[in-house]
Design a protein around this ligand. Structure first.
Ligand code: PLP
Length: 412
């Protein structure tokens, strides 16, 4: 069955852009439904990497020779591309990191350690990835802050009345995921931010799952900090972005010390560079930063609107087909979801489901998805998760459903 949006873009042509998709796994054509873990990379991204290494590999910023200037220009062009992608007001607000985890740790270790003190309250949600739990716990342990958690209801939505009750003048920081990587829930982050600001709290939004599916406008959201990972939006691994409002970044101490983040060093005293360089010590991941621009161009070329319409179509189709499946329960039935579906099956461990699907060439993710507290909330050890990207098709969903029938036949 073809997608309703196949008239606006040609899925088969898009698939041609992704070499990794054209292979057989265990004798069957690969179905890649592990996009929430990492998306596959189009040729333009792969080519941006090889072009840099083959054509102008050089260290950036301090060199005056031709290759250094070329590399620096490409690196900074990527920063501008990110600025426009998330609609940041100024390029100085875009800091390159190693990923979402790195960005959250940076904020916890710089803003958190400098400005949060004993008794201050930090609010996160019950559907956070471990990377938006542990850095705050570490900070609370060190500083004596108190961690509060917005509960999740049976549909996998945040209980906003509970959030409102938690907010007070003691709330100093709110750090919440935009889109749950385990359930697909899109959280009402605009409201979360407004309410946090009303009590004077600063807000970080974990945009790891949101950024390839939803339009991101940090100014419209009024987010103080926003983090994302390039590898979840068709870009390279080990590369991410921290957005911060410049007045906050200016007040924050540096994260790591070393080259690039300084203005002047003497043995008596070092003065620090301005943002973003203050937070980018050492030689960065130059090739990957450059390639992220190609990834953003790939997304913009298709349009986020068309991509998410296609993924929503797949979500609807997969949800209908999985709902008909006896002995299968979908975990996460929020009204607003991205193209991601998680489920459990009566009497069958998720790991067995993953292994038997893999034997049929179908890649899904199984386990707790780095959200153990959320799994505890639902009283389960883990789920099987299928997450969709622009290159997936309804035929592939059909293959997965057939695969699940085989799982049942083998296991029950
Ligand atoms: N937050 C969410 C919602 C995620 O889905 C992930 C990765 O799965 C992360 C944070 C961590 O991202 P990274 O491993 O790229 O730092």
């Amino acid at each position: 069955m073809q997608s309703a949006l196949d008239t606006t873009f040609d899925i088969q042509q898009i698939r041609q852009d992704f070499p990794v998709l054209h292979q057989e796994i265990n004798g069957r054509p690969l179905v890649y439904f592990d996009n929430a873990a990492t998306t596959q990379k189009p040729l333009s991204v792969i080519s941006a990497l090889t072009t840099y290494y083959e054509g102008y590999n050089a260290n950036i910023h301090r060199g005056i020779h031709h290759l250094a200037e070329q590399a620096t220009a490409a690196f900074e062009a990527s920063r501008r591309a990110v600025q426009s992608f998330i609609n940041a007001k100024q390029w100085q607000e875009v800091i390159f990191t190693y990923g979402t985890t790195d960005g959250i740790n940076l904020v916890a270790q710089t803003y958190g350690r400098r400005f949060l003190k004993e008794g201050d309250e930090i609010i996160i949600s019950g559907m956070e990835h471990h990377s938006n739990i542990v850095p705050w716990q570490m900070l609370c342990e060190e500083r004596g802050c108190i961690l509060k958690v917005i509960p999740v209801d049976d549909n996998g939505e945040l209980i906003m009345e509970e959030y409102e009750k938690m907010l007070s003048e003691r709330t100093k920081f709110v750090s919440v995921v935009y889109v749950s990587n385990s359930l697909g829930t899109i959280n009402p982050v605009e409201t979360i931010i407004q309410k946090a600001h009303a009590v004077g709290a600063v807000v970080l939004i974990d945009g790891a799952q949101a950024s390839s599916h939803l339009d991101i406008d940090v100014q419209a959201l009024d987010a103080d900090f926003f983090v994302l990972s390039s590898h979840k939006l068709y870009g390279p691994t080990g590369m991410g972005v921290l957005y911060g409002k410049l007045d906050l970044l200016d007040k924050m101490p540096p994260y790591r010390g070393g080259g690039e983040m300084i203005k002047e060093v003497t043995f008596e005293k070092t003065t620090y560079n301005d943002s973003p360089y203050k937070f980018e010590a050492g030689t960065p991941n130059i090739a990957d930063v450059i390639a992220v621009k190609a990834a953003l161009e790939f997304i913009n070329g298709l349009s986020k609107e068309a991509i998410s319409a296609h993924e929503n179509d797949l979500l609807q189709y997969a949800t209908e087909r999985l709902s008909d499946f006896e002995g299968l329960r979908i975990i996460g039935q929020a009204k607003q979801k991205i193209g991601l579906v998680s489920w459990v099956m009566d009497g069958i461990h998720h790991q067995d489901i993953g292994v038997i699907l893999d034997q049929q060439g179908i890649a899904v993710r199984t386990g707790h998805h780095c959200t153990q507290p959320l799994m505890q909330r639902f009283g389960i050890a883990g789920t099987t998760r299928a997450s969709f990207a622009v290159y997936n098709t309804k035929d592939e969903v059909d293959r997965m459903i057939q695969g699940l029938r085989r799982v049942q036949k083998m296991m029950l």
